[in-house]
Design a protein around this ligand. Structure first.
Ligand code: SF4
Ligand code: SF4
Length: 294
């Protein structure tokens, strides 16, 4: 199916080319942190989406296998707040490669050792992705919370000691992170904390959720209205190859879980249809080529 635009709305339409990547909002919108740039405003008290259970995940894994899904991502909120997370990861690692997006502060030596055992026992890869927003507490803590820089580093070091090499993600809330100098500085920093072969992903800001209050919301002109997508442009958008499972149903992508119209159904099969890119976050995906995948 070719990419096209909707004659009625004027917004481009993203087809689902193939469901390659399945996301799970495994911790709902519950998080032990309350970052000022969180695009879904997660917090210890945000119950907009609840935790998924092992039974929820198993149900969707069965359908995903039949549909040929190739890889799985777990996010929140903070996935390690979910009491069934290890069982969930073990089950999923029987079926495909897994990535877990975490803030790292709950990862201690025993957690890291357990993750290493899960990784070693699977023929598929287990990637842990840790978010940090600066080279030091002065840059990170105003965004992620007082004392979080050292706690995040604790998680990174625990994983490194266990023999895992986490992917480190940084948003552009960390000024200068996306420049060549910023990347070099980050690589040097990550080597200095025990990651000899650092892996780094820089992410643009999505101006929704808490980020709307921190810096700014989208300007009215920042939309895809009137734009046409070529098939190549559509192919770069993660929503042409992914869906997101939450406690409230299956959503188009990991970004729009607070948008009621981004819920596409209760099962994966119900979501195998195009989605109209009428949200302003779609502007960021299109302009930057950004994907939440590693
Ligand atoms: S950005 Fe991540 S760590 Fe921070 S509040 Fe949101 S989900 Fe939690
Ligand atoms: S926010 Fe990005 S990934 Fe989600 S529907 Fe819009 S373009 Fe697709």
């Amino acid at each position: 199916m070719n990419a096209q635009s909707s004659a009625s709305s004027g917004f481009p339409i993203a087809p689902l080319f193939a469901l390659d990547t399945l996301w799970f909002q495994v911790a709902g919108t519950l998080c032990n942190l309350e970052c000022t740039h969180c695009f879904i405003s997660c917090s210890p008290t945000n119950h907009a989406h609840e935790m998924l259970t092992l039974a929820d995940v198993k149900r969707h894994l069965r359908e995903a296998e039949a549909l040929g899904v190739k890889e799985y991502y777990f996010t929140g909120g903070e996935p390690f707040m979910n009491h069934e997370i290890f069982e969930i990861l073990e089950e999923t690692l029987c079926q495909g490669p897994v990535s877990v997006l975490t803030n790292g502060v709950l990862i201690r030596a025993d957690t890291a050792a357990r993750l290493k055992r899960l990784s070693d026992a699977s023929e598929y890869s287990l990637d842990i992705r840790i978010s940090i927003d600066g080279w030091n507490a002065a840059t990170n803590d105003p965004i992620r919370g007082a004392g979080t820089f050292e706690r995040i580093l604790g998680g990174v070091r625990a994983l490194a000691s266990a023999g895992l090499n986490p992917v480190i993600t940084v948003t552009e809330a960390c000024e200068g992170a996306a420049t060549q100098d910023g990347r070099t500085r980050f690589f040097d920093f990550l080597r200095s904390i025990g990651l000899p072969q650092p892996r780094l992903k820089i992410m643009p800001l999505l101006r929704i959720g808490a980020e709307e209050q921190r810096l700014r919301a989208y300007e009215s002109w920042e939309t895809l209205k009137g734009r046409e997508l070529t098939p190549d442009e559509a192919g770069v958008l993660q929503c042409t190859g992914c869906r997101m499972v939450t406690s409230k149903g299956v959503y188009v992508c990991p970004i729009l879980i607070d948008a009621p119209d981004a819920k596409m159904g209760e099962t994966l099969g119900e979501t195998a249809r195009p989605f109209t890119l009428s949200h302003q976050a779609c502007f960021t995906c299109h302009e930057t080529g950004f994907s939440c995948r590693t």
